[in-house]
Ligand binder design. Structure first.
Ligand SMILES: *Cc1c(COP(=O)(O)O)cnc(C)c1O
Length: 463
């Protein structure tokens, strides 16, 4: 029976999950190897140990279903977790839909998004391993500000390589990072060999996430162990840390007296989507539920819906491991859409394997309808969403309208991965009618796909 009157479904601190959920334990498809970018042989822990503390490497390869969340991490999670789950009653009314729309709101974190869910444990495990400083990249600054917050709590230094065009156009996230004590550099920089090589060819290069990753990786790998590297999405341990979102949402849907027919999230590297979706996927696989899981990406960077499922480098300079994923090609640079967090060329390998095997659905939406959905949501519910999260809202509204057309009572849950308070420039452009739709850039993807590494692998044994 559904809880007829309630709008907010809140958990107490004692309901904060004590364990993360690891999809590796339940993957219905065989895991794919992770390859060294130079030798193309499977990577060894030694290679990864240059960049990551051993505890995170162990999590990356673990097949344990549940991994304990350290008490120190839970204490910091309590600053903002459990996050609220709300029913979007005013949006339902505005759409005049029989569907019930719920959203999990991760924008209440101190950085304004889901990203601290992994920044905090990554800083914790680095501190515990004796790391003194971390390096990372950031696009518009969401990941950089989450990691700056976490490094500040654990007294670690932080170097952030921020994509130059964002550094110049979006100064406020940089100011937030600097307030937490991080050092922020406009990438490409002249601090790394790779950055210098890019600047030699093109002194005005505006930067890209792929270039910034390459610089941050090089800065850590060439530090003789003084610095480690931290990534905000794509990797298995990052996705696992985000499972707190879905574990809480399961309990909260129970409080609401309903179970979702469809769970929706936007996808950049795949961490907030899998954070909410994988615990529901576990219930599908192990408990006979049949929830649809829908990943939403921009038409300007459609890795799942238009990319090829192939082995590719994680970064532009070909220094990051090669993994099997839906990719647009590591040299692909997407159009400058305002959802900067969704411009990565690839996608988390577990999510790609699940999508390829039909366990997950994907959809691409253009920029203007995405902002229309964001504005409609803001006017109905009073929260200004991050442009990334707005992709999930677009799909949630479309599901609710489809349910209306079919006269179905559909229960929809989406992840509102962050607020848009640092994205007002994007909203200003939208309100002035200055936003463009970027369709699938077929020719540029084709060119980038010609650069994929030619990997020779025996087909992995099934079962
Ligand atoms: C970074 C970011 C994303 C995209 O990253 P994923 O790893 O795919 O979750 C989505 N929403 C917000 C608010 C972000 O900051």
């Amino acid at each position: 029976m559904s809880n007829q009157d309630a709008t907010k479904f809140l958990l107490s601190e004692s309901d904060l999950p004590k364990q993360w959920y690891n999809i590796n334990a339940d993957l219905p498809v065989p895991p794919q190897p992770v390859l060294h970018p130079g030798t193309q042989e499977p990577v060894t822990p030694d290679f990864l140990a240059v960049l990551f503390p051993m505890e995170l490497i162990m999590q990356e390869v673990s097949a344990e279903r549940y991994i304990d969340i350290p008490e120190e991490v839970r204490e910091i999670y309590k600053l903002y977790r459990p996050t609220p789950l709300l029913r979007a009653r005013r949006l339902e009314k505005a759409l005049d839909t029989p569907a019930h729309i719920y959203y999990k709101y991760e924008g209440v974190s101190p950085a304004g998004s889901h990203k601290p869910n992994t920044a905090i444990p990554q800083a914790f495990y680095n501190k515990a391993a004796g790391t003194k400083a971390l390096t990372t990249e950031t696009g518009a600054g969401q990941w950089g500000s989450a990691l700056a917050l976490a490094c500040n709590f654990f007294d670690l230094a932080l170097e952030v390589y921020m994509v130059k065009v964002s550094y110049q156009q979006k100064p406020y996230r940089r100011v937030l990072m600097e307030t937490f004590g991080a050092e922020v550099f406009a990438s490409p920089t002249n601090r790394t060999n790779y950055g210098r090589s890019v600047l030699e060819q093109d002194a005005d290069n505006p930067g890209s996430l792929g270039i910034a990753i390459s610089e941050a990786v090089e800065a850590a790998a060439s530090s003789n162990g003084a610095k480690k590297y931290s990534l905000g999405s794509v990797l298995g341990h990052v996705l696992m840390h985000q499972s707190v979102i879905g574990e809480e949402a399961l309990k909260q849907m129970d409080l609401a007296g309903e179970y979702p027919d469809v769970v929706i999230g936007c996808v950049g590297g795949g961490s907030n989507f899998s954070g909410i979706a994988y615990p529901f996927l576990r219930q599908n696989l192990r408990d006979g539920q049949r929830t649809r899981l829908l990943a939403v990406e921009p038409t300007a960077a459609p890795s799942l819906t238009k990319g090829v499922y192939a082995f590719d480098y994680g970064d532009t300079a070909r220094t990051a491991p090669i993994v099997r994923m839906h990719t647009l090609g590591h040299s692909f640079v997407p159009a400058p859409i305002h959802a900067g967090g969704l411009r990565y060329h690839g996608m988390a390998p577990s999510l790609c394997a699940l999508y390829d095997a039909g366990y997950i659905e994907a959809r691409a939406v253009p920029q203007v309808p995405t902002f229309e959905a964001a504005a409609q949501f803001a006017r109905a519910e009073g929260i200004l969403p991050a442009p990334e999260s707005a992709h999930a809202i677009r799909a949630a509204i479309d599901e609710a309208l489809d349910a209306k057309e079919k006269g179905e009572k559909r229960v929809i849950l989406f992840n509102l991965s962050g607020h848009g308070h640092f994205d007002l420039g994007a909203y200003e452009n939208f309100l002035a009618g200055n936003l463009e739709n970027y369709e699938y850039p077929a020719a540029r993807v084709k060119a980038a796909l010609a650069d994929l590494p030619k990997v020779n692998l025996p087909e992995p044994a099934v079962g």
